[in-house]
Design a protein around this ligand. Structure first.
Ligand code: SF4
Ligand code: SF4
Length: 98
C-alpha cells in the first residue's frame, strides 16, 4: 500500500480525474457517486477489473488532502460548499471536459 489507507473521500477524483473520467458540474467526475457513507467510482462498481487499472484501494498519496488528514469523508453537501468556494473549479471544464 502507498501512503495511508483510502477512506473514500473522493478528493483525488475531484481534483485530478483519471483518464476514464468525464466532467460533471456537481461531482466533478460523472462516474463519482456518493453511496451514503463514502465516494465511489461507478466504473469500478460495475467492472471490478477497473480497480486494478486505476490502482483503486492501493493507498492514498494525497498528503495535501485535508479530508484524508482529518480522516473524514465529506458529504455531498460539503462537496457542494467546497465547489462553490473553489475558484479552480471554474477552470476544470476546460482541462477536463471531452
Ligand atoms: S483517501 Fe485518498 S485515494 Fe482515497 S478517495 Fe480520498 S484522496 Fe482519493
Ligand atoms: S472514472 Fe472513477 S476513478 Fe476516474 S476520476 Fe472518475 S470516479 Fe475517479
Amino acid at each position: 500500500m502507498i501512503g495511508k489507507a483510502c477512506i473514500g473521500c473522493g478528493f483525488c477524483c475531484r481534483k485530478g480525474p483519471c483518464s476514464y473520467g468525464g466532467f460533471d458540474p456537481v461531482t466533478y467526475c460523472k462516474h463519482l457517486f456518493w453511496d451514503g457513507e463514502r465516494w465511489r467510482c461507478h466504473l469500478i462498481a460495475m467492472s471490478p477489473p477497473h480497480a486494478k487499472v486505476l490502482s483503486a484501494g492501493e493507498g492514498c498519496c494525497c498528503g495535501f488532502n485535508t479530508y484524508q488528514r482529518e480522516n473524514r469523508v465529506p458529504t455531498p453537501e460539503e462537496v457542494e460548499a467546497d465547489r462553490k468556494a473553489d475558484t479552480t473549479f471554474h477552470e476544470l471544464p476546460l482541462r477536463f471536459r471531452r
